[in-house]
Design a protein. Structure first.
Length: 245
């Protein structure tokens, strides 16, 4: 709980639910006037015990399910691990996928080809990759096919060998879709499913993430990591809002 000092003084926090990303360096995501296309963060460090558990689980398991509210770093840590695996020669490619589900509003018929139509849904994945690799290198790797971003509907029938696979926003997948995605896992590959069961944009009882996670917890060799509001690394107000919304 936060305690307020006398009028005009700063607010001190004795116990915060939000952890700064880089407390030692005073890093600010919007700091500095000049914006450069560079990979300014080469090594990602966990900011909470659960984030550390997630990173260790990704390192030690071929299949990981990461559950938690918005801002806990699920997608960012998964993509960061994928980039590190690619740069370390552990995998040959990265495959990222998320369902094309409208979040409470109709987007209508979007113009352009398939890639242009899917761009709004896949934008969060582009953002995370761009932060880790830089926009120029990301475009190069995507042009080469080393990094692929695809909607869930186009994953059927594939076998993903020597790949790091991240399935984002899995709470917007049905049970059948998640089952299909899980069976895409091939040899020498790692798959991470991320999602928040409390923020599904599907109709009630259609999301299969919670049921899948519950069933997989009993399977040896699969890690299910649950993050909470104490792991949120976005603006401090995010954690405060999630406790009342």
């Amino acid at each position: 709980m936060a305690k307020r000092q006398s009028k005009g003084s700063a607010v001190t926090t004795t116990e915060s639910k939000v952890h700064p990303l880089f407390p030692a360096t005073g890093w600010d995501p919007l700091g500095g006037m000049e914006r450069r296309d560079q990979s300014y963060l080469r090594k990602v460090k966990p900011q909470s015990p659960n984030q550390k558990r997630l990173m260790e689980a990704i390192s030690d398991h071929n299949l990981v399910v990461a559950l938690g509210p918005a801002g806990t770093g699920k997608t960012y840590l998964a993509i960061s691990s994928a980039v590190e695996a690619l740069e370390g020669g552990k995998v040959d490619r990265i495959v990222l996928s998320r369902p094309a589900v409208e979040a409470g509003e109709s987007l209508g018929y979007l113009p352009g080809d398939l890639q242009e139509k899917m761009a709004p849904f896949l934008r969060p994945l582009y953002d995370a990759l761009s932060e880790r690799l830089g926009a120029k290198r990301l475009r190069t790797l995507m042009a080469e096919g080393t990094i692929e971003i695809a909607p869930v509907g186009f994953m059927r029938g594939r076998t993903l060998n020597n790949a790091f696979v991240v399935i984002d926003e899995a709470q917007n997948c049905t049970y059948a879709q998640i089952k299909m995605l899980l069976t895409r896992l091939g040899w020498h590959s790692t798959m991470v499913l991320t999602g928040d069961p409390d923020q599904s944009d599907l109709l009630d009882n259609l999301s299969g993430l919670s049921d899948i996670a519950r069933r997989l917890e009993a399977v040896e060799g699969i890690a299910v990591v649950r993050l909470g509001d104490t792991d949120i690394v976005r603006h401090p107000l995010v954690a405060s809002m999630l406790t009342v919304l």
